[in-house]
Design a protein around this ligand. Structure first.
Ligand SMILES: Nc1ncnc2c1ncn2[C@@H]1O[C@H](COP(=O)(O)OP(=O)(O)O)[C@@H](O)[C@H]1O
Ligand SMILES: [Mg+2]
Length: 187
């Protein structure tokens, strides 16, 4: 990780597996923070380099100086030494680990695994778990899984609904959701 200055805040997307939306959210968070006038930097530790490619194509979103206020970090959905190093490197930084999960029994179990890894590296207090890809914000399942997980980790009130426009330029609904989360947890 690069040297942190006093004002930098890291937002790290981390999960037990792939396919939960880490790279998608890395991109959308970058767009939204930029839209809000924030100076941002991106880092991609996933060998697939999805976010890194996005950074290349959308370089205007990212600063090249050492002046970033927010650092968006995408990671690989696996238990790698790199992920352990990232967790350890964040122990004394202003950092938020965003753990995305879908409101299903399988994801619930997997989420407990990443919880234990974050705990083992002393950064669980910097983690916020958030539902991604639910059909509706107010579904019974969403409420149930938020409550169950909320007994053991911090869970965001905001959720990210399954929407077509997450794959491309965000529409107003996507922007609204991301913005709501950022105001709840980051800004
Ligand atoms: N809220 C959402 N609504 C619709 N599609 C989503 C949402 N979040 C993620 N996706 C889609 O899910 C797939 C996997 O997301 P991705 O960001 O690549 O996951 P990860 O980086 O965790 O492996 C992508 O096709 C992405 O567009
Ligand atoms: Mg990814």
């Amino acid at each position: 990780m690069s040297e942190g200055t006093a004002t930098k805040k890291y937002i790290i997307f981390m999960a037990h597996k792939g396919g939960v939306g880490k790279s998608t959210m890395s991109k959308q968070f970058s767009r939204e923070l930029h839209r809000l006038g924030k100076i941002i930097e991106g880092q991609d530790y996933d060998p697939q380099q999805h976010f890194a490619r996005f950074m290349e194509i959308n370089s205007y979103l990212f600063t090249e100086q050492e002046d970033a206020e927010y650092v968006i970090v995408d990671t690989q959905g696996a238990h790698t030494q790199t992920n352990v190093d990232i967790m350890q490197g964040m122990q004394h930084e202003d950092a938020l680990f965003v753990v995305l999960f879908r409101p299903t029994e399988d994801d619930y179990k997997e989420t407990l695994i990443i919880r234990d890894r974050l705990k083992a590296q002393g950064v669980l207090d910097k983690a916020l778990f958030v539902v991604n890809g639910c059909y509706r914000e107010n579904d019974k399942d969403v409420k149930e899984f938020k409550e169950r997980l909320g007994d053991t980790v911090k869970v965001a009130q905001s959720v990210f609904v399954q929407r077509k426009n997450y794959a491309k330029e965000p529409d107003s609904k996507v922007r609204g959701e991301i913005s709501r989360f950022l105001h709840e947890a980051v800004l």
